[in-house]
Design a protein around this ligand. Sequence first.
Ligand SMILES: Cc1ncc(COP(=O)(O)O)c(C=O)c1O
Length: 367
Amino acid sequence: MVDTHTQVAGPDLALDHLPTPYLVVDHDVLSANITRLHRHLAGAGLAVRPHVKTHKVLEIAALQVAAGARGLTLATVGEAEVFADSGYADLFIAYPLWVDEGRAQRLRQLAGTARIAIGVDSVEAAERLTGLLDPRVELMVEVDSGHHRTGCRPGEAGAVAAAARAGGLSVRGVFSFPGHSYAPDAAAGVAAQEEEALRVAAESLRAVGVLPEVISGGSTPSAAEMGAGVLTEARPGVYVVNDAQQWELGRCAREDVALTAYGRVVSSRPGRVVLDTGSKVLGGDRAGYATGYGRLLDHPEARIVQLSEHHAVVDLPEGLHRPPLGALLRVVPNHVCVAVNLVDHLRVVQRGHPPRTWSVAARGAHT
Ligand SMILES: Cc1ncc(COP(=O)(O)O)c(C=O)c1O
């Protein structure tokens, strides 16, 4: 995406005294991101169930619910426990969980306080859950819409649903994650492909007498392309704060990036500076299409060309003024979900308010 925005302010100097590196959320940008996408999806006739693994923060979930989110999507039972403890009562763990006695007990407990669903993607897995899963825990059949990670073939969804039903479990509907939308120019085609996969899956449920109440899909790259022809629900996560992946894919503008790592220049030579925002704060993800290990919000032409645990080596294009030693810079992580899970707290800046701190409440809740 061509950078046409010039209104991005520099680092918030009210945070200048803090030891670097640390992660900062711009509340104004965050709120605007939530409002914009929720409005768009509501206008397209879709409910929003944001994936909160992106941020793991109770305060951000509250903003999403206030902006109309129907419930929350989570990746693990541990995340569901954290959000259920804070009163969130409609939770979908969009993952084909391996349920053992311990997880069955934790899910039973969750079902006592929240409406809860989990993923299942094979007849074998559905049969295994019989007698193990509390029948109050509903199932969502996961289908593979082209990402080729988890999920059964769309036409097999009915058999999975029938097996669950036969075991006394209830099936809420079907879902997919179109992870292959993470490629240049892929979003529109992938959204259409996902819609077709979910149409076939929903039909396959109906053919065995199961009415899909929820037909759920989406990712951040594909969210703007989704419509309600087949789907009833969208589950984007990254859209709240965005990251360098969304920026590079053209799925957000520079001014829509709400989360950055603040770091300082620790070493400098012509054409190059080194920041203290290494992989231990940015995460190490670098997709095939990425032009670096992260971007600088205030110098879009610069690239992080090398990353180690405590060093981010930045190549500066010719003509760019070299930031001096000690300069405070804002780094956009490639993949924000990974970066957030590396810190205990996010610093929050908001126009007209003093800085504050949010806890990454579900940090490390991986089981
Ligand atoms: C099952 C599932 N649903 C929804 C999402 C959210 O998509 P995104 O990260 O593109 O916002 C993810 C992300 O990995 C996911 O795995």
